[in-house]
Design a protein around this ligand. Sequence first.
Ligand SMILES: Cc1cc2nc3c(=O)[nH]c(=O)nc-3n(C[C@H](O)[C@H](O)[C@H](O)COP(=O)(O)OP(=O)(O)OC[C@H]3O[C@@H](n4cnc5c(N)ncnc54)[C@H](O)[C@@H]3O)c2cc1C
Length: 376
Amino acid sequence: MSRSDVIIVGGGLMGCSAAFFLRQRGRSVTLLETDLVGRQASGTNFGNVRRQGRPIDQLPLANRAIETWRKAKELLGSDVEYLQSGHMRVCYRDRPENVEKMEQYAADARQMGLDLEILTGNALRARFPFLGPEVLAGSYSPLDGHANPRLASPAFARAAKRLGAEIHENTKMVSAEKIGTDWEVRTEDGRIFRAPILLITAGAWGDKIAAQLGEPVPFATLAPTMSVTEPVPYAIAPAMGVMTPVEKETVYFRQVARGNIILGGSTRAISYPDLYRAYVLPQNTVSQLQQIRRLAPALGKLNIIRVWTGIEGYTPDSLPVMGPSGKESGLFYAFGFSGSGFQIGPGVGETMAELIDTGKTDIPLAGYDIRRFAKA
Ligand SMILES: Cc1cc2nc3c(=O)[nH]c(=O)nc-3n(C[C@H](O)[C@H](O)[C@H](O)COP(=O)(O)OP(=O)(O)OC[C@H]3O[C@@H](n4cnc5c(N)ncnc54)[C@H](O)[C@@H]3O)c2cc1C
């Protein structure tokens, strides 16, 4: 049996960054991961490091995260390919009311330290000549950007390990029970771990564990559609996406330094978390390509060389479960990031470490309380 201050269940970006920041605070940490760290949503996502478009009261968390993204190379000792190359969100002519929404959002975001520039007409075309004729306006965030999801969580895990965290891959938690003041966690291969604090960062599997611990959460697990094109000369620095209430229109893309263009969004498939499997549906890729042609017609001529997906957990209000348990002392959750956890990931890890270590945080978490579902 092994004992530490904190057991973390789930080695995605949330778990690995929490392990890193807990070690920075001197807490002993054991992280358990069913598979390999960063192999699920945190390693398969699009890589948007985008603050704009988030709920306004999530911006303090997003701002905290961006500080870590900026210094990731020095902090973690490895490059996660973070590029602060801007992010652009556009709306189409058939929804002109979105321009006003963008302007209101920009005014509110400015109060929270996020500066956005609204572009229309000639200014928009001059700056982004590749946008399609249906694009009416855009909101440009110069200090957002993108990073490589395949690198991020393993970099946090390695850095946490260097600071002394125990990282157990291929180790699945099967039960957790409070015995006295300790949590006793049992794994599929029969090992036992104990700690006074248990943090559940199990992504799309978080609801199952929360239900096991007596706090069920309504949840859907879906598979967003991703593609990558052949490489072309590097020309587009910002990540770009569409602001729309219609799922099939929600496409986005970014170009990596090697020249390939990564495409994401439009319709999603169901996934099979019990099997650790999700499949790309051809009709979703077709829908994505149709919508990408509206956003930037020239991209429609490129060949797709690979498609993939991942498993993401969604709550009914698209907000995560983040904070202490509503029932048990020493139990914390951070899961259900509903398709937008990558950017805030390092902020989530740092905030959970602060909350666990000091019992408080200035980051607003009230909207993420697990008890909101019990009330509903
Ligand atoms: C295809 C796709 C595209 C996306 N694009 C973006 C984007 O561009 N921008 C953005 O901000 N967000 C994006 N997201 C969402 C983002 O990736 C997630 O919100 C975020 O990575 C969630 O991190 P996590 O650590 O909570 O979950 P995960 O990365 O899924 O990690 C959870 C881990 O818990 C482990 N686990 C589960 N059960 C157990 C157990 N019993 N014992 C031990 N370990 C367990 C799993 O194996 C898994 O590794 C996307 C998601 C997907 C799938």
